[in-house]
Design a protein around this ligand. Structure first.
Ligand code: C5P
Length: 404
């Protein structure tokens, strides 16, 4: 899978740098072109001659090549790369990447790179556990970078714990797999609803809910990264999309979301209904601000909103796949299967309400996937970006394989 790929291997100043020579060798043997960029401290741990010999290209460390008047273009390098791997990534480089401190060639190139970036941290266990490192890695994840978690074991300090850079063979495998499944949604059109809906009471007030949209946006980025053309119908959220393959339609109310979804579903292969749609709209909404009356308490009358998932389910052709979400408190499985049938869904993603790291607002989620024929798949607590991968893996393997 790596044949013909251009890979930047970034090496920073940690003892695990000696292992990166093997990683470069593995990439080259697989037919990839490798450009090594070392931070100045990395050169203390392993000689550039080793890496330039293995990669067949001079190692880059500085912005300028001494006494030649030449400079190394981070922009060109960023455009050249199909992937960037930073191994080992020290706490310092992780912090610089998280905050855009572009004071060396490696971080500057990282900021220019459009390709997927893989980060393999390596440091002592206490540095790895420090809240600063945890937070910075979370930031890198939220920017769409792939973190290759360090392994636990004996560290160079002789202490035992988590912080050893993952073995070169494993890092190689992560990239291989990434490119293998890389474009498994190419040619597919996927519609995703996300976020809450706001139901107007008057021009300044609404009924809403706590949905942040994070799960739906993570799904949109994952589908786009795997080659799909995505239409993201988003309720009012404070999130940005980064992939150019996402066509975003912003809506406010359930009715607006419904209308956009019905229009888009016609042209879609898959619909993922992730939005927390308000069940009711305000029947007696007014177009002037409701004044506070002395004696009278206003009454808000509600009317039913359309069930978007159900409407989509009724339109669904045999060549289309639909996925729903559910938050259940009791009889989770029976309710989920019932919902799959009523809404004609292929599978439903159950969010746990029992777990404080799942559901609305938080960056992590705990899910169970339940298929319309009653199959149940449970997953541990993961960042929503990883949960999105799990969901899309099921879609790609069990529902889209073999579909024209
Ligand atoms: O029936 P319930 O609201 O629990 O179903 C949840 C699923 O249905 C979610 O996939 C949600 O996005 C979708 N839904 C919808 N339109 C509604 C209510 C729910 O699309 N009005």
């Amino acid at each position: 899978m790596l044949k013909g790929k251009n890979i930047i291997v970034g090496i920073t100043g940690g003892i695990a740098a000696y292992k990166t020579a093997s990683l470069v060798r593995l990439f080259v043997k697989a037919g990839a072109s490798v450009q090594v960029i070392m931070t100045p401290n990395a050169r203390e741990f392993i000689t550039p001659v080793t890496l330039s010999t293995l990669s067949g290209k001079p190692v880059i460390s500085e912005f300028f090549t001494a006494n030649t008047g030449q400079w190394n273009s981070h922009v060109d390098l960023g455009l050249w790369a199909d992937a960037m791997v930073i191994a080992p990534a020290t706490a310092s480089t992780i912090a610089k990447m998280a905050h855009g401190v572009a004071d060396n060639m490696l971080v500057t190139t990282y900021l220019s790179a459009k390709a997927p970036v893989f980060v393999a941290p390596a440091m002592d266990l206490d540095m790895f556990k420090h809240p600063t490192t945890t937070h910075n890695l979370e930031l890198l994840r939220s920017y769409g970078n792939h973190i290759i978690e360090p392994a636990a074991g004996e560290l160079a300090s002789h202490l035992i714990g988590k912080g050893r850079m993952e073995e070169p063979e494993k890092i190689f495998e992560v990239l291989n797999r990434f490119f293998e499944q890389g474009q498994d949604l190419a040619g597919k059109k996927i519609m995703i609803t996300a976020g809450p809906t706001y139901e107007k009471i008057d021009p300044v007030r609404f009924i809403g809910n706590f949905s942040s949209g994070k799960m739906g946006f993570a799904l949109a980025e994952e589908c786009a990264a795997r080659g799909a053309e995505v239409t993201l119908i988003a309720g009012p959220v404070a999130l940005k999309t980064s992939s150019p393959a996402i066509n975003r339609i912003d809506v406010m109310s359930a009715q607006e979301m419904h209308d956009a979804a019905i229009k888009e579903f016609e042209k879609s292969d898959v619909a993922i209904l992730c939005a927390a749609v308000a069940d009711y709209a305000v029947e007696n909404a007014v177009d002037h601000k409701i004044k506070r009356e002395k004696d009278e308490i206003p009454v808000i009358r509600l009317k039913k909103n359309p069930d978007i998932a159900r409407a989509i389910g009724e339109m669904k052709r045999p060549d289309q796949v639909t996925i729903g979400f559910a938050l259940e408190t009791d009889n989770e499985i029976e309710n989920a299967i019932g919902k799959c049938q009523r809404k004609n869904l292929d599978f439903i993603v159950l969010n746990s309400l029992q777990n404080k790291n799942a559901g609305f607002q938080v960056d992590t989620n705990v899910i169970t996937i339940i298929t319309s024929d009653g199959k149940k798949m449970e997953y541990p607590c993961k960042p929503k970006t990883e949960v999105a991968k799990d969901i899309i893996n099921v879609l790609a393997k069990d529902y889209l394989k073999g579909m024209a």
